[in-house]
Design a protein around this ligand. Structure first.
Ligand SMILES: NC(=O)C1=CN([C@@H]2O[C@H](COP(=O)(O)OP(=O)(O)OC[C@H]3O[C@@H](n4cnc5c(N)ncnc54)[C@H](OP(=O)(O)O)[C@@H]3O)[C@@H](O)[C@H]2O)C=CC1
Ligand SMILES: O=C(O)C1=N[C@H](C(=O)O)C[C@H](O)C1
Length: 255
């Protein structure tokens, strides 16, 4: 059997990439190219005409928070499923996406704050630990070219921890600070302190530090290379057309 007989073009998932010349977009294009069951249909970056992806089955978006909503609305209108790694998704934005999808019930969208499998597990472990500790703080560390702070991963982790703490009847983490240089105690995300570090040499790292009587628990994840996100991205690309509507996070796909 020849290669062509083994995989006819009709069986390939055609993938378009938005943000294709960015740090993540470059890796996504390489990963799609290297996958036997996927075909890179179009690579779009700032200034390109996005109608080049009209024939794609799935679009992957790693752009910026200020353009991602417009991209996503356009994809949904075209009936193209989307896998989104771009940050900036508030509850309000997610509700807007659900509204667009209501008119296109066959379209699937996966939005994940972090496609690293280890990072997804780190968030799950943190949510599980949250109810058992009086104190919690998050320290995220990223490369200095990152536009947003705190990271989407840290924001998502903080919200999950806050929800678990509320369900367990825990109040705020104890903190006697009275005199503070603004910013010294980090950002407050749903009552959880989040500290954002930016330094050359870093890629994407996060620690969740829990404190209880006489002990601490640190849950840490490190992405040393952007290839770490690719198994999760490809998992979502392969799954998204079978998941109509909005899926937030990779958890359901991993299960
Ligand atoms: N969920 C996850 O696992 C991960 C998420 N991210 C997130 O993904 C996003 C991108 O990160 P990163 O790749 O590092 O950023 P980059 O800045 O390297 O890449 C973004 C790219 O998008 C391009 N772009 C801007 N506007 C448009 C547009 N309208 N259409 C198409 N392309 C456009 C930019 O072009 P130009 O530079 O010319 O503006 C740039 O090439 C960020 O929000 C980041 O936080 C990152 C890593 C993992
Ligand atoms: O900009 C990045 O690099 C990353 N962005 C995502 C985030 O904000 O959480 C995911 C990962 O941390 C890398």
């Amino acid at each position: 059997m020849t290669d062509e007989q083994e995989k006819t073009p009709a069986e390939l998932v055609r993938v378009g990439v938005f943000g294709a010349r960015g740090r993540m977009g470059i890796e996504v294009c390489k990963a799609v190219d290297a996958a036997d069951d996927l075909e890179l249909a179009a690579s779009i970056d700032q200034g390109d005409n996005r109608s080049a992806v009209s024939g794609a089955h799935v679009v992957v978006d790693f752009t910026t928070p200020d353009v991602v909503m417009d991209n996503l609305q356009w994809c949904i209108e075209q009936g193209i499923s989307a896998v989104v790694g771009t940050t900036g998704f508030t509850e309000q934005r997610l509700a807007q996406v659900r509204g667009w999808l209501a008119d296109k019930p066959e379209v699937g969208v996966v939005i994940a704050p972090n496609f690293g499998i280890g990072a997804v597990l780190m968030m799950q472990f943190a949510a599980r630990a949250a109810r058992h500790f009086e104190s919690v703080e998050i320290i995220e560390q990223h490369h200095p070219r990152k536009l947003d702070a705190p990271s989407g991963t840290a924001t998502h982790t903080a919200r999950q921890i806050a929800q678990a703490r509320a369900e367990a009847g825990l109040g705020p983490s104890p903190d006697a600070t009275k005199d503070e240089v603004p910013g010294a105690r980090g950002a407050d995300i749903d009552g959880v302190r989040v500290h954002a570090v930016r330094a050359t040499g870093l890629v994407a790292h996060q620690e969740v530090l829990f404190g209880g009587t006489g002990e601490t628990l640190t849950i840490r994840h490190d992405s040393y290379d952007r290839v770490s996100f690719m198994p999760g991205v490809l998992l979502a690309v392969r799954a998204v057309r079978n998941r109509p509507g909005l899926t937030v996070g990779l958890d359901a796909l991993l299960d």
